[in-house]
Design a protein around this ligand. Sequence first.
Ligand code: SAM
Length: 344
Amino acid sequence: MSELIEKLASAHDLSDEELLEFLMQPQPEQELFAAADAVRRENYGDAVYLRGLIEFTNYCKNDCYYCGIRRSNTHAERYRLSPEQILDCCAEGYAMGYRTFVLQGGEDPYFTDERVCEIVSAIRAGYPDCRITLSIGEKTRESYQAYFEAGANRYLLRHETADPAHYRMLHPESLSLENRKRCLYDLRDIGYQVGSGFMIGSPYQKPEHILADVRFLQDLKPAMIGVGPFITHSETPFADFPSGELHFGLKIVAMLRLLFPKVLLPATTAFGTLHPQGRELALKAGGNVMMPNLSPRKVRPLYDLYENKVCVDEEAAQCRGCMEARVKSVGYRVEVSVGDSLVR
Ligand code: SAM
């Protein structure tokens, strides 16, 4: 086995110099994926956890340069789901075996803390055996506390890049890495199972930035790390930048599995958008979570973060069956449970 992969697999860390070398030099892919798969099986066996994703609003007050639902994209057709529609998605998902509901949306001021808490409380009352995950962006500590008390258990907020200068190149002045990190540490301290992560191949990204991402994640110790390739959207300032590269993305997934053996690692939709078997390849590189879409079919194409997003024209039940088949096709098994992280 190559020396760097062997050290990553046994020590679950590398020095800064070694990590940069790992990132910059080509690595024997099959060897790397086999090492990542062994570590994943040691910790999670062949289980793949499913989370039912409900994309409940595409209104957003932010203007991130990479994102298709950014405020300045006036061509985006906006929608919001009502509390009843969200609860219908949960009912459908529960019947299909989902035990985690992920409520994701743009930062939509319509959803005040009061409205978010009402929705979370209603889901909590209806599904006491389920985990509720929120992914609704940067809020005050008090807001996060209120959602937690209403019954939310998990929160997904990618840090996007841990390098302040790179962060500035991806976001307008109104957003800062400092506040992003403050949010993540607040969430962790309140008691959420936190998911963070970053885009791979985002404009201006350098290996040094990924090194900073790793060091930040080692400090945060999240329960989940969500990474996926950047994918170009024509109605953004990054319209002329190429999408991230599949094989580099898979290398990062495998690297994260070796660095963070107990973390939950989703095979994200962005991988499926880059390549028809992108999510299966991400599972084979160490991924162990999938997030099938539970949103009503008519709004799915409108949650248009990037172009050619997959699974926008399927019903939830089709999505569920399709995920199960994809998971089986690469030698894993869908596990119907809340699927908490082993990170403590
Ligand atoms: N507003 C919430 C937040 O900021 O965390 C949740 C929604 S946000 C659209 C979810 C994630 O989509 C972001 O964290 C970002 O990494 C990802 N995303 C946005 N635009 C993308 C693009 N062009 N390519 C790949 N991922 C993208």
